[in-house]
Design a protein around this ligand. Sequence first.
Ligand code: ADP
Length: 156
Amino acid sequence: VETGREVAGAMNYKEHTVREVMTPVKDCFMLSVSEKLNFKTLSVIFKSGFSRIPVFAKDRNDVIGLLFTKDLIFIDPDDETPLKNFVQIFGRAVTVVWPDFTLGDVLNVFKQGKSHLSLVRDVNDAGEGDPFYEVVGIITLEDIIEEILGDEIVDE
Ligand code: ADP
């Protein structure tokens, strides 16, 4: 029977790290800002089911804003509207966190009320070249809540 420190630790969601619960970038649904909101793109967006979609410029490490899918309600696919007209450019709206932030840290960031989605960014210094910032995932309030609910189940 496991009653020791590991279980107590597992119940303390605040000590878990972003890395453990984030959605890794390979699973993130993102769009290029150069896309047009035609029928094909809109179908893919609605089928994804996500309410917020990171939008990138050069590549996935260059996320410039978020698309809120609720803003697309009145879009006419025949207009082929450029996605860039719909992107809410970050300003102060989206936060960036490190993978080794604790969930307690992120919750504090979310409580400040800017957004409940954060980009997870790390420094990639693995290669020969200069280190660069790399988007490694996203984390939302939902990911933290899941962890808290998971803890309660362990608790029972
Ligand atoms: P939504 O409102 O879009 O359902 P939530 O904030 O409820 O998003 O998060 C639900 C799960 O989906 C979380 O695990 C979160 O990390 C993930 N998620 C949210 N947006 C995206 C996205 N654009 N691509 C991939 N996963 C996402």
